[in-house]
Design a protein around this ligand. Structure first.
Ligand code: NAD
Length: 287
């Protein structure tokens, strides 16, 4: 039997810290279901949870992490509430997130979207670079940044994000952005790693799964691990939470990795395009 917790590789970030490569995402998990889901994940062996202020379940994540004897890597995210917010707001928002989590530190704090036409996301990024020097925060990064957003944020602060968390799955592989990350020393983190369910009926993936006696979800998570991306699948179903962690007793061949590479599609994106994403009319309320 593989000791899966110890089998999870740790990715070294550009600030010298390490992040468990496989984590548990809690987007769209109802606060009432979050404690159960995160407890199941920790029992299964996950030691990394990805939440956000906008998910409105930081309190419940914090409850479970605080009650656990394990060291759990926690990521949360800053969402600019309107176009005008940035520097001061990000600092206040971080404090509110850490208060809701009830933890003495956050391992990774991300800017959720590159929002703001003017100072916008670069002002938020400047705030995060200052927050990182405080005791309550280990690493800082971004999410949904394109190469253009990355270049501007780095140029204006001289600080390179440790991580860029972006939509990434077999139908949307982001090869160019991954290359840019590699050149800049940014770790790629995949959100929607299962295509939010969209890739699970794919015939090529089904064939590979059958060859290994595994499920398609397990094959896709394995593909992420072998690609080198940080991967944070989500489920509220206990058997799936456990199955998504049971990916350390098989390996995809080079040929199988290549055939998954061919599944990339021009229209494979599920989520919003960071180039055209606009603010919600009403700020997303915090809990
Ligand atoms: P995902 O690709 O992890 O897919 C989740 C869905 O896949 C589940 O709702 C479930 O229906 C299905 N699923 C999961 N495991 C399965 C299994 N073993 N068998 C069959 N179906 C299964 O999508 P996601 O939740 O959007 O992304 C994962 C995490 O990434 C989120 O929870 C969140 O933490 C993060 N995320 C970040 C952003 C961002 O903008 N930064 C956006 C979306 C998600």
């Amino acid at each position: 039997m593989v000791d899966a917790t110890n089998a999870v590789p740790r990715i070294e970030l550009n600030d010298g810290t390490q992040i468990p490569q496989l984590g548990f995402g809690v987007y769209q998990i109802d606060p009432a279901e979050t404690e159960q889901a995160v407890s199941t994940a920790l029992e299964a062996g996950y030691r990394h949870v990805d939440t956000a202020a906008a998910y409105r379940n930081e309190r419940q994540v914090g409850e479970v992490v605080r009650a656990s004897d394990e060291q759990v890597y926690v990521t949360t995210k800053y969402m600019n509430p309107t176009e005008d917010h940035g520097y001061e707001d990000a600092k206040g928002a971080f404090q509110r997130s850490i208060d809701r989590l009830g933890l003495d530190h956050v391992d990774l704090y991300l800017i959720h979207f590159p929002l703001g036409a003017g100072e916008g996301y670069t002002a938020s990024w400047r705030a995060l670079t200052e927050l990182r020097n405080t005791d309550g925060l280990r690493s800082i990064g971004v999410s949904n940044f394109t190469s253009t957003h990355l270049a501007r944020a780095i140029d204006e602060t001289d600080v390179t994000p440790a991580v860029n968390q972006v939509e990434l799955h077999p139908y949307f592989q982001q090869a160019e952005l991954r290359k840019d990350h590699a050149q800049r020393g940014i770790a790629t983190e995949a959100w929607g790693p299962l295509g939010q369910g969209a890739v699970l009926e794919d015939p090529v993936l089904i064939e590979i799964a059958e060859a290994h006696g595994k499920t398609v979800a397990q094959v896709v998570i394995r593909w992420h691990l072998q690609l080198g991306t940080i991967v944070i699948p989500k489920s509220v179903t206990a058997s799936r939470i456990r199955a998504n962690f049971d990916v350390f007793d098989f390996e995809l061949t080079t040929e199988q990795m290549r055939s998954i590479e061919t599944l990339d599609r021009a229209d494979g994106r599920n989520g919003p395009d960071p180039n055209t994403f606009v603010f919600p009319k009403e700020p997303i309320p915090e809990t």
